[in-house]
Design a protein around this ligand. Structure first.
Ligand code: T4K
Length: 395
């Protein structure tokens, strides 16, 4: 418990946590279930290239996403590329600037041009008015992002894409298990892509999936995932190797077994953070719409330094000294990354990217961790100006 400024670890006090409290700690699930599955994998001597684990994982992902098809991949970046290729996307693709670099990389890596669009600084959702203005004769698609599992203006984007004859693909890397308007995320647009990276709510160590209800998109993606091979050795398209191994699929299945438990834990964590942090001037926890299903994996805190007197990055430094590691997801916007630098203003992206942090959650975070972390955040936010004055001395 901190009573005075000098109790803060960054100013010479004792750190609050012996073990790090980290955003991104994977949910593991039942080790026994995983080892049992791995025994089956070894017994079968079938390790990759579309084995039984992968097929079952695909079935269960499609079931959760409410889609006809699911094509499991080695990661979501590869799945995005398959989706773009399977949809015959060419030229320019409009996407939000406020996202992880992978969204833009997926495009550039296959010769498409990302055209960045600004976002609403309050919740990171894409600015529809800007998209319309960015559509050019070279535009063939919109790549929406369900940032932090928040559905990306689905109605409006669908209408816009239809009106302009554009493909609509969603980067749903964060949104497995989320829903909108009574439907699961997965079935919107031409295709959607989930990530099952270790830091995601459901993980297969590394992994991803393209989901769609369009048989042609699914067929092409299945071929391209495996070097463009149809049947046993007929190469029919330019393919890649984006397959998910059986070990990864076994982990994905084990993770899925505990999906309800992970949601419950995350929701409890989110509610605890909300209760602990509400009412502190300058701090705003982004609300999750609890009327829709959500994975609650992204507990996002917005820090208004005009009120707290302490910027987001300084607050993170204070927390790091205490052994607490939230993440600046996403900083900076893609428009400030070397490959995608733009001269256009991105006021919304700059504002949100400069203020938000994603707090530690998941099955490994305890109620005590959250109470202590929030006490630190409140303590620092309430003494923000004094801390800011003393930070140079700490450095
Ligand atoms: N689209 C969006 C919107 C995305 O956010 C992402 C990926 C993608 C597309 C592409 O999906 P994938 O191709 O990856 O399937 C991480 C992840 O690598 C990346 O998957 C994720 N988004 C991104 C938001 O986060 P880093 O570079 O921030 O990860 P890293 O190594 O710094 O770890 C993050 C935190 O997690 C740290 O605090 C440490 C902790 N951690 C991490 C791992 C891997 C653990 O405690 N244990 C672990 O095993 O990118």
């Amino acid at each position: 418990m901190k009573r005075a400024l000098q109790d803060l670890a960054i100013l010479g006090g004792e750190r609050a946590f012996d073990a790090p409290v980290v955003f991104g700690r994977p949910n593991i699930g039942s080790r026994k279930a995983f080892y049992d599955r791995m025994d089956k994998v070894f017994d079968s001597r079938w390790l990759t290239n579309g084995g039984e684990m992968c097929a079952e994982f695909e079935r269960r992902v499609a079931q959760t996403a409410g889609t006809e098809y699911s094509v499991a991949t080695c990661n979501a970046t590869a799945a995005l590329q398959l989706a773009l290729r399977a949809c015959d996307v060419t030229g320019e693709v409009i996407m939000p600037s406020f996202t992880f670099a992978a969204t833009a990389h997926a495009l550039s890596w296959i010769g498409l041009t990302p055209v960045l669009c600004d976002v609403d600084p309050d919740d990171g959702s894409v600015l529809l008015s800007e998209i319309e203005a960015l559509i050019s004769p070279a535009t063939t698609a919109i790549l929406g992002v369900h940032i932090w599992g928040r559905p990306s203006r689905l109605d409006e984007l669908s209408r816009l894409a239809r009106r302009h004859g554009l493909r609509l693909i969603f980067d749903a890397a964060h949104a497995f298990g989320c829903g909108w308007d009574g439907r699961p995320i997965g079935g919107f647009g031409d295709a959607e892509v989930f990530s099952f990276h270790a830091t995601k709510f459901i993980n297969s160590f590394e992994g991803g999936a393209l989901v769609t209800s369009d048989p042609e998109i699914a067929r092409k993606a299945v071929e391209m995932r495996n070097f463009g091979i149809a049947g046993s050795d007929d190469v029919v398209s330019v393919g890649t190797n984006a397959k998910l191994s059986e070990a990864a699929a076994a982990m994905g299945l084990t993770s899925l077994d505990d999906m309800d438990y992970f949601v419950r834990r995350n929701r409890e964590n989110y509610r605890r953070y909300r209760a602990e942090l509400s009412g502190t001037p300058g701090l705003r926890l982004l609300e999750i719409d609890e009327r829709e299903p959500n994975n609650y994996q992204y507990v996002v805190l917005d820090v208004d330094s005009d009120i707290t007197g302490l910027g987001r990055d300084d607050l993170m430094a204070v927390l790091a000294a205490e052994n607490v590691y939230p993440r600046r997801y996403f900083y900076p916007g893609c428009h400030r990354m070397a490959p995608y630098r733009s001269d256009r203003p991105f006021a919304g992206t700059d504002r949100i990217a400069g203020r938000v942090m994603v707090l530690p959650t998941g099955e490994s975070i305890t109620a005590g961790d959250i109470a202590k972390t929030c006490a630190l955040i409140r303590f620092a936010a309430e003494r923000g100006s004094e801390i800011t004055r003393r930070l140079p001395e700490a450095a």
